[in-house]
Design a protein around this ligand. Structure first.
Ligand code: GRF
Length: 221
């Protein structure tokens, strides 16, 4: 069975990258990481990748001052050279142009720490707390040129608990992210996530919804 080749784009600690590394190491997982690309040479995620024997490269946006097209062309070339079929943004902190997004149409996904379409952008946990939502969470979606928009592949809900602050909530959402991202990649790699207009249709069985809530709603309310 040939595996889907992933390119993972990072800028920092790379805990979601680690979740993908761990998932790909499991026998039978239908994807493998062909390249980890960082726009920062000191991103800790690069060490995680090297430690796992995965190819890495740095394309530093500061080497292309005022020339985003050249920065993105260099990233695109590195990904193509590595044979990447699906690009996974995992804490990649540069906004991508419509050109790059178009190059990877329906082959570029992102994980965002909120239940989209709520709380696009930064500081999602603090904003969720300020809004008084009872459920927060995370989303994996196909990328479109508008920030944090695009067809939703998978979401996990995280209840907001009494006494939560931004840190405690972020910690629990991150645990869910680490489960959700491999799940979404598996759906794509198995050909089960079909883009239909603005939506993603999932073919075959969907997971037990309770498994996507952290902490699990068990026993039931
Ligand atoms: C995660 O919260 C992810 O949802 C967001 O950026 C953060 C990256 O964390 N896009 P890490 O580098 O994967 O640890």
């Amino acid at each position: 069975m040939s595996k889907l080749k992933l390119g993972v784009l990072i800028s920092g600690r790379g805990s979601n990258l680690q979740a993908l590394i761990d998932a790909c190491a499991a026998p039978g997982f239908p994807a493998e990481i062909a390249l980890v690309l960082s726009n920062k040479a000191d991103a800790f995620g690069l060490e995680r990748a090297s430690g796992a024997g995965i190819a890495t490269t740095v394309v530093d946006h500061r080497d292309y001052p005022g020339n985003k097209p050249a920065f993105e062309a260099a990233m695109d070339a590195a990904l193509r050279e590595a044979g990447v079929q699906l690009v996974c943004l995992a804490g990649f902190m540069r906004l991508l142009s419509p050109w790059f997004v178009g190059q990877w149409h329906n082959a570029l996904i992102n994980i965002h720490p909120s239940l989209l379409p709520s709380f696009k952008g930064l500081d999602t946990h603090e904003r969720a707390l300020a809004a008084g939502v009872r459920f927060h969470g995370c989303t994996v979606h196909y990328v479109r040129p508008e920030m944090d928009e695009g067809p939703i592949i998978a979401q996990a809900a995280v209840p907001v608990l009494p006494g939560d602050d931004g840190h405690s909530l972020a910690d629990r959402v991150l645990l869910s992210e680490h489960r959700l991202y491999p799940h979404a990649v598996r759906l794509i790699a198995e050909g089960r996530a079909r883009v239909d207009g603005d939506l993603v249709r999932i073919d075959g069985p969907v997971p037990d919804l309770a498994a996507l809530v952290n902490p699990p709603l068990n026993p039931p309310l």
